[in-house]
Design a binder for this molecule. Structure first.
Ligand SMILES: NC(=O)c1ccc[n+]([C@@H]2O[C@H](COP(=O)([O-])OP(=O)(O)OC[C@H]3O[C@@H](n4cnc5c(N)ncnc54)[C@H](O)[C@@H]3O)[C@@H](O)[C@H]2O)c1
Ligand SMILES: O=c1ccn([C@@H]2O[C@H](COP(=O)(O)OP(=O)(O)O[C@H]3O[C@H](CO)[C@@H](O)[C@H](O)[C@H]3O)[C@@H](O)[C@H]2O)c(=O)[nH]1
Length: 431
């Protein structure tokens, strides 16, 4: 079976490499020439631990190759994964234009049976749309199936998540398609949920919306903890030990970001709207999250009186550690608010870069955290990079103008920081 993966972003590249590791022959296709050139040379177009070694291994083994030649790639494949982006539109719904383009390309260049598998996160009913788009584009009739196979990997953990998934979800409308996909994944040794395409599509949104709800729930509780002088981390531990609740996604902070939770919760709400259904809980999840980063700014304003002309060091730009992805990163909103309030901002992140709209404004990008912290009136921790735990805080305190830490990820030890002489505040967590 010859496999084509269309879209070589975070999901497509990981999928292609894991399939290559499982022994399949895989082609990665992208319209972005610069990404393909990098991949052909054995370099990743994004930061993701462990993937580059696998890329080099399978370029050598011959299990993987990359191309921008759409027609040839489609003609030579039996199984095609769609892994292109599905960004938010103005109204919050998912933009399916890239998925449509791929479906039309496949239809136009089909030369025999193809199993088309959609891995992009798409609204319920998209499998039917893809089927229609392929049919409309066909110039000669060829049989095909369209299945839904949502992806659950996390950035920063993409390789282990894809190699050892908790489950594989297959939404297929034919036994043939379900059997082919089951066979493809059989060596993964995890539960396989075989269902309808619509159910598979909803499972993906329901999973992300549930996890986002957990985050907004603990963030709401953290606000109460602040008022009551209670440590939210202990509350999270105390409730998380109940297996019905579970300990994951109970880390309070400045809110969830990234390319998935914000857009997927909005898209699910939009689907509900289209079907005259109110999802009031999810409306609140979104609104809590949108305001969450303000909580940290509020604490700083209260402590410093004003942020005007205060020197603020922001540690961490990425929406979470171990990735360079800054899509919907809370740090970016915090920096924009700081600039609006005329603060002087310096920023450090081990891998992520400032977005273009913040490059030519008065934000100083720094190569080390120490550089960012020099002369600062306060530090805002926006991403819990492990390396920030290893900063020599005692030494750095001497170089700060005013030793204030506003820890948006509750990553430092409040008591230790206070003992060193810092004024330390986390989210629902302080000394
Ligand atoms: N990033 C994640 O952690 C993650 C996890 C699970 C699911 N998802 C979902 O997977 C999908 C892809 O996400 P991503 O983060 O990998 O996106 P991405 O933006 O990193 O990559 C998408 C790629 O598709 C390419 N592309 C667009 N149109 C194309 C076409 N016609 N032909 C060939 N290539 C084309 C783009 O050039 C880009 O390289 C989205 O629906 C997302 O919601 C993402
Ligand atoms: O206890 C927590 C856990 C997460 N977050 C934040 O939530 C966001 C999302 O984190 P995470 O889920 O780890 O990252 P993603 O890579 O966005 O992965 C999510 O989105 C992917 C794309 O759909 C899915 O495949 C994954 O299963 C799902 O976890 C980040 O900003 C985190 O900082 C918290 O604030 N507190």
């Amino acid at each position: 079976m010859s496999i084509l993966v269309v879209g070589t972003g975070y999901v497509g590249t990981t999928t292609a490499l894991v399939l290559a590791e499982l022994g399949w022959r895989v082609t990665g296709l992208d319209t972005d020439d610069s990404k393909i050139k990098l991949l052909q040379q054995g370099s990743l177009p994004f930061y993701e631990d462990g993937l580059e070694a696998l890329l080099k291994k399978h370029l050598q083994s011959g299990n993987i190759r990359f191309t921008t030649k759409t027609v040839k790639a489609i003609e030579q494949s039996d199984l095609i994964f769609i892994c292109v982006g599905t960004p938010s539109q103005q109204d919050g719904s998912a933009d399916l234009r890239y998925v449509k383009q791929v479906a039309m390309d496949i239809g136009r260049h089909m030369n025999g049976y193809k199993l088309i598998v959609n891995k992009s996160t798409v609204p319920v009913g998209t499998q039917e749309k893809v089927t229609r788009w392929v049919l409309e584009a066909q110039t000669r009739t060829h049989p095909f199936d369209v299945a839904s196979n949502p992806e659950f990997l996390r950035e920063g953990k993409a390789l282990p998540d894809a190699m050892y998934p908790d489950r594989v979800v297959i939404g297929a409308s034919s036994d043939h398609a379900a059997k082919l996909l089951k066979a493809l994944y059989q060596s993964l040794k995890c539960p396989v949920v075989i269902t309808t395409p619509k159910t598979a599509e909803l499972i993906k949104y329901a999973a992300n919306a549930f996890l986002a709800t957990k985050v907004s729930y603990i963030n709401e509780l953290a606000k109460l903890c602040d008022k009551l002088g209670i440590n939210v981390k202990e509350v999270a531990q105390g409730i998380g030990l109940d297996p019905r609740i579970g300990s994951s996604f109970l880390q309070a902070g400045i809110g969830y970001g990234g390319s998935c939770f914000p857009k997927d919760v909005s898209a699910l709400l939009q689907t509900a709207n289209e079907h005259d259904t109110e999802l009031r809980l999810l409306e609140q999840v979104i609104s809590i999250n949108r305001a969450q980063h303000q909580h940290l700014l509020h604490k700083a304003r209260q402590r410093l009186g004003t942020l005007v002309h205060k020197k603020i060091a922001v540690l961490g730009l990425a929406f979470k550690p171990d990735t360079d992805d800054i899509r919907e990163a809370p740090a970016v909103n915090i920096i924009k608010s700081l600039l609006d309030e005329k603060a002087i901002v310096s920023v450090h992140d081990p891998v992520a870069k400032l977005p273009p709209e913040l490059v030519h404004v008065s934000v100083t990008p720094c190569n080390t955290p120490e550089q960012a912290l020099y002369g600062a009136d306060a530090v805002f921790i926006c991403t819990e990079w492990k390396s920030y735990q290893h900063i020599d805080w005692e030494r750095i305190k001497r170089y700060m103008n005013d030793p204030n830490i506003f820890d948006g990820r509750n990553m430092l030890d409040a008591r230790l920081m206070a003992a060193i002489g810092f004024h330390y505040q986390g989210i629902g967590y302080q000394c």
